[in-house]
Write a protein that binds this ligand. Structure first.
Ligand code: FAD
Length: 377
């Protein structure tokens, strides 16, 4: 066995790459195995939103803030573009405004930096917002946007150049029996292994995954053609459905009635877990989404009715020059019914770190720091 490393990491999605960074920046020799010729899982299919405001107060919000700090450190070192432009939840209904206002009053006391903006303040912060019927919005300066396809493609090169991390693409790990790791036709000797295999529950430790309670979530996404040169979205945008969706806002006494109204009035949004988020890519396109379909077996075909629901909702608040849809796709992530992510030790020296759900971009670098922060596995 000629190939040796301190740590082997399975998967070059954001979880695997964040773990590679955490290990390598602590002086460990790291090898990453990615079965694809490039990463093409959830990490390249998302909005690229580092979104601490989506995390409930306390431990998860603190973890998201630590993760954000690490992201900035990495993006700066790697010279990967990012946009620290914050987020705006825009509101058009009184019950949405009530939640946004109440949260802005509670925010400072529970660790968030948010403020309520009236209609004119919202419109001066972003020219991408439909002014008709706009009441105001919840502003947060903490969120940042990356272009996920650019970022996930660039990180392996940075990790290699800066820390000597070996990244083996087209190399599926089919067996871990420490110190031996077998990947493709390579055999490595390592001290530790970290499995960040996303929603692959079948290849490694299938019994552990089967007993874990994990399921899959499918999300439909769309992307516009590029906006005119120089046109900027500004802050990433969300609206009333996001105030309903994120448990962060559950601290508000006004939250239940917003949820009830949405359930009664628009059951189709509930049925498909429709949400309305907008981010901008490096090329100026707008990424639009999303929906949530739960179940172990993912339908590979998209539903046009779901795309229409997403677009219909977003048309209500977004005012962008180009709304021509240039791309449609879906992504799948692993999710635990109760835990925000899963950290299991299926064998001595091996950790499975997966299922940060819809928050993997936000949380990965924080989770990885926890994995390696306390010493050996
Ligand atoms: C549409 C969509 C939008 C989202 N938007 C956001 C957002 O804006 N902000 C946010 O915080 N989160 C968001 N998320 C969630 C986030 O994208 C995921 O939580 C995160 O990408 C999961 O990363 P991962 O590395 O665990 O999985 P993946 O990106 O799926 O990576 C797993 C990798 O492991 C590889 N692999 C698996 N098994 C093996 C093996 N045996 N050998 C070698 N390689 C293997 C796979 O090929 C894959 O590349 C979104 C998710 C989706 C689907």
């Amino acid at each position: 066995m000629n190939n040796t490393a301190d740590v082997a990491i399975v998967g070059a999605g954001v979880m695997g790459l964040a773990h590679a960074y955490a290990a390598a920046s602590r002086g460990m020799r790291v090898v990453v195995f990615e079965r694809g010729l490039r990463a093409s899982g959830a990490s390249v299919r998302n909005f690229g939103l580092i979104w601490p405001i989506g995390q409930p107060q306390g431990r998860m919000h603190q973890l998201a803030l630590r993760s954000r700090a690490r992201w900035v450190e990495v993006l700066e070192q790697a010279k990967i573009p990012y946009w620290p432009r914050g987020s705006l939840h825009v509101v058009y209904r009184d019950d949405e405004a009530a939640v946004a206002r109440e949260f802005s009053e509670l925010a400072a006391g529970i660790g968030y930096e948010c403020s309520w903006l009236n209609r004119d303040q919202v419109l001066s912060r972003s020219h991408a917002i439909n002014a008709d019927g706009l009441i105001g919005g919840l502003w947060s300066g903490t969120e940042l946007t990356v272009d996920p396809r650019v970022t996930i493609a660039a990180l392996p090169g940075f990790l290699h150049e800066r820390f000597g991390v070996e990244v083996r693409f087209g190399c599926a790990v089919h067996s871990i029996d420490l110190p031996a790791v077998e990947a493709g036709n390579e055999r490595w000797a390592v001290e530790q292994a970290v499995v960040c295999s996303g929603d692959d529950f079948e290849t490694l430790y299938p019994e552990t995954f089967a007993a874990s309670g994990l399921t899959r979530v499918k999300l439909q996404m769309l992307r516009t053609a590029p906006q005119p040169e120089g046109w900027q979205l500004g802050p990433a945008l969300a609206a009333g459905l996001s105030l309903r969706y994120y448990s962060t806002f559950g601290v508000c006494t006004t939250w239940p009635s917003l949820r009830n109204r949405i359930q009664q009035e628009t059951p189709e949004y509930e049925r498909w877990g429709i949400h309305g988020l907008v981010s901008q890519t490096a090329q100026g396109e707008l990424t639009l989404g999303d929906s949530h379909e739960y179940g172990a077996c993912v339908d590979v075909f998209n539903r046009e009715e779901v795309d229409q629901l997403i677009l219909g909702y977003i048309h209500g608040f977004l005012n962008a020059p180009v709304m021509k849809i240039a791309q449609r796709w879906h992504g799948v992530y692993a999710k635990h019914p109760e835990k925000p992510y899963l950290a299991i030790t299926p064998a001595p020296g091996v950790r499975i770190l997966t299922s940060p759900g819809g928050s993997g971009m936000t949380l990965s670098f924080g989770i990885a720091e926890e994995t390696f922060g306390d010493g050996d596995l």
